[in-house]
Design a protein around this ligand. Sequence first.
Ligand SMILES: *[C@@H]1O[C@H](CO)[C@@H](O)[C@H](O)[C@H]1NC(C)=O
Ligand SMILES: *[C@@H]1O[C@H](CO)[C@@H](O)[C@H](O)[C@H]1NC(C)=O
Ligand SMILES: *[C@@H]1O[C@H](CO)[C@@H](O)[C@H](O)[C@H]1NC(C)=O
Ligand SMILES: *[C@@H]1O[C@H](CO)[C@@H](O)[C@H](O)[C@H]1NC(C)=O
Ligand SMILES: *[C@@H]1O[C@H](CO)[C@@H](O)[C@H](O)[C@H]1NC(C)=O
Length: 400
Amino acid sequence: MGHKTLYFGLFCVFLAYYVYIPIPEGIEEPWKVQLLDASMKMISLTAMLLENTGIITYEEFYLTISSVLLTRPESDGNLTVLDTDFGGVPVRLYVPTGAAERQRPAVVFLHGGAFVLGSCKLEAYNFLNRMVANRLDAVVVGVDYRLAPQYHFPVPLEDCISAVKFFLQDEILRQYGVDSARVCISGDSSGGLLAAQVVQALKNDPEFKDKIKAQALIYPGLQLFDTLMPSHMENEYGPILPRKMLIKLGCLYVTKDQALPQAMWKNQHVPQEHKHLLKFVNWSTFLPEKYKKSHVYTEPITGIFNASYLNSVAHMSPLIANDSELQTLPLTYVLTCEHDVLRDDGLIYVTRLQNAGVNVTHDHVENGFHGALAFINSPFHLNLGHRVKDKYISWLEENL
Ligand SMILES: *[C@@H]1O[C@H](CO)[C@@H](O)[C@H](O)[C@H]1NC(C)=O
Ligand SMILES: *[C@@H]1O[C@H](CO)[C@@H](O)[C@H](O)[C@H]1NC(C)=O
Ligand SMILES: *[C@@H]1O[C@H](CO)[C@@H](O)[C@H](O)[C@H]1NC(C)=O
Ligand SMILES: *[C@@H]1O[C@H](CO)[C@@H](O)[C@H](O)[C@H]1NC(C)=O
Ligand SMILES: *[C@@H]1O[C@H](CO)[C@@H](O)[C@H](O)[C@H]1NC(C)=O
């Protein structure tokens, strides 16, 4: 038996093993989801094996295989699409070609990928951003901020802020025919965290505060303080984003130190100095009753782990903002999925924003799971992906 046959056989055995991890009940197109989920887990396993043998790191393996999904900027009769840079940060721009009846709205989109993976040029994001530009007759900006672990926090965030600040300059908005009162900052997953943070950072800046009309956060992650919320426990094995992967990649945003994921796994990574901030992510206080189920709140253990790089962790969690900081935030859209480790981050933000008097639209997808937006082009279509996409675009159409 040749090597190839052997490897293929092993692959099938692993795949079969993973396929039989049951996905939650009520999920549409269960077989397709199971196959996609199994394939993702296979890729993750392969990445981990290769990393352990020292051939290539986990994230390099992902970036290599996902590079086949990168698209080129393709203009058509409706849109001029071009790759350029905004203040030194690479962006992909979608500009409607037709004569505008009036100034156009604009959307800045920050992609997900746990700060480590992804690009606005990936097929799914490219497809989504094109569609937003077409449907809203809007200028759309996809931002390719630099990624961890090569560039730890705060570089990815600073890139996003630089690109947004560059775009929001009066002469640039004028150049693209954008109405400065109709700009939305959007993002999914870790991109939702970046979007929330960009908006928090700019809403106190007199030059920019009136130029952000809205923020749209799609199944966002919003904190790294408590990793044992009900959603983390209920969705430990996915689909798509298992808790282990969340922690592994989330930690790479901060450091390569392997001690952090180990401490975070046990929810013992918050330094004593940050204990007073735990009240802002207290799910027992902020989660609506229906999501608490039979879970019992246990406070993350502080004072065990202390590494200097953790001083910045508070600054990378938009959920840690206090009420007076939240009060001034603009019109907000939050989409959460029931079967998502990050679900409770979004739910808590919704409660906190509403308590602070912010105008929030919340869509909760009962049979949804994390990362659904990645499955909106062939051959990976999922009804769920299209539903999430349509909800987001409808909200933009009605509110921007
Ligand atoms: C261009 O816009 C028209 C009208 O909205 C639409 O019917 C058509 O499908 C669009 N073309 C492309 C290539 O998206
Ligand atoms: C979390 O909330 C619960 C109930 O509201 C409260 O008893 C507990 O002291 C809070 N803990 C922290 C760390 O805020
Ligand atoms: C934790 O680290 C910070 C900064 O490195 C230091 O200021 C603080 O005293 C340390 N705390 C403990 C409990 O060791
Ligand atoms: C909220 O946080 C901001 C920034 O950290 C701080 O300046 C302000 O004093 C805080 N407000 C309250 C009420 O704690
Ligand atoms: C929230 O904003 C929308 C505009 O997008 C507006 O129609 C609605 O009245 C606002 N709600 C409140 C309570 O201000």
